[in-house]
Design a protein around this ligand. Structure first.
Ligand code: DAH
Length: 338
């Protein structure tokens, strides 16, 4: 029976070609199914003479066994391959380094803040903290800014709804200077303190942000002079920038709460900003009116104050040219300081 042999060959070839279980079961149906080719031959046996029927039957049964054996083998092979594939796909390389949780890092401004604290602590300054919502009196009046004085408009202020217990307007502090008065009223001289913190003004461009950081400094005793301010601040700058190679200049200026007043400028002797004077801080000898608002005798107590921009210090230290980078939260920027 030529037919039987060819059916076996085709069945075996089709099983081999079947790439997955579904294809294999379809192939099986074509040969062994109810209307499969081999089944058709079996059904045809009935029409044969008894002698022929026996030999043909034996032949067909042998063929069926071969096909079934091939089918079982192919099923096993496909199942094995599937398992291999799954194992390969789900393989776990236990020698790989673990995935770590992102660690985060300290923001460059906070790094500067911490450096400033460490430097001033090392020369005996206390570090204090104060409210960001301030009263008009502490922010302006106590610092010798009379009401309606034009100096107030130097600082464009965010006012807050509500008033304090003395019915004074509330505002977001425009500088850290009000803490001079708060601190002085809570401590007795000598007063030697810095106050780093957030400040707010209606201002926004590449060099101004509505929220920014300052550090206030105050040293009051019986004989603290402008020379002490020069010594302390120059030493601070050298340590902050880790360079003795910088020049410091005290340029006459005006602030209502200091007399005389100065702007402190720094110039680096090398690097991209070489030779350029850069303003870094306001400063001065504390005005006697302010000393009186401290609750102290202005004939006896004297000293200096300064207020420096932490953004400015940080931009100069790292060569950052746009203040907004500090507040965008862009990890590509922040990771450089990690
Ligand atoms: N508070 C001033 C400002 O924000 C800066 C300042 C100037 C602070 C002179 C001081 C000072 O303590 O003495 O513009």
């Amino acid at each position: 029976m030529q037919d039987v042999e060819s059916i076996v060959e085709r069945a075996l070839a089709e099983f081999d070609r079947s790439g997955d279980a579904a294809q294999l079961e379809n192939a099986k149906a074509r040969f062994l199914g109810k209307s499969g080719e081999l089944t058709a031959l079996l059904k045809a046996l009935g029409a044969l003479a008894p002698a022929e029927r026996r030999s043909a039957g034996a032949l067909i049964n042998a063929a069926k066994e071969r096909i079934e054996a091939a089918l079982a083998a192919r099923r096993a092979a496909l199942a094995g391959a599937g398992l291999e594939a799954r194992l390969a796909e789900e393989a776990l390389d236990v020698t790989l380094p673990g995935r770590q949780r992102g660690r985060g890092s300290i923001h460059p401004l906070i790094r500067s803040w911490q450096r400033v604290e460490a430097i001033f602590r090392s020369i005996g300054f206390d570090v204090a903290d104060g409210p960001e919502i301030e009263t008009d009196w502490y922010n302006f009046t106590a610092l010798n800014n009379p009401e309606n004085h034009p100096a107030r408009s130097m600082q464009d202020t965010f006012y807050v709804d509500g008033r304090d217990e003395k019915d004074l307007p509330l505002l977001l502090r425009t500088h850290t200077s009000p803490m001079q008065v708060r601190y002085a009223r809570m401590h007795s001289p000598p007063l030697k303190v810095i106050v780093p913190g957030r400040c707010y003004r209606v201002d926004s461009d590449a060099t101004h942000s509505p929220m920014f950081h300052q550090v206030e400094g105050l040293w009051i005793d019986e004989h603290i002079s402008f020379a002490d301010l020069k010594g302390v601040y120059t030493d601070f700058l050298r340590r902050f920038f880790e360079s003795d190679d910088l020049a410091v200049r005290f340029r006459p200026s005006f602030f209502p709460f200091t007399e005389p007043s100065a702007e402190i400028d720094v110039a680096f002797q090398n690097g991209p900003l070489e030779g350029k004077w850069l303003e870094i801080s306001g400063a001065g000898q504390v005005h006697p009116d302010v000393v009186r608002n401290f609750g102290l005798d202005a004939e006896r107590y004297i000293g200096f104050a300064f207020g420096s921009g932490i953004e400015r210090l940080t931009m100069l230290r790292y060569g950052i040219n746009d203040l907004r980078l500090f507040f965008d939260g862009d990890l590509r920027f922040l990771k450089q300081f990690a």
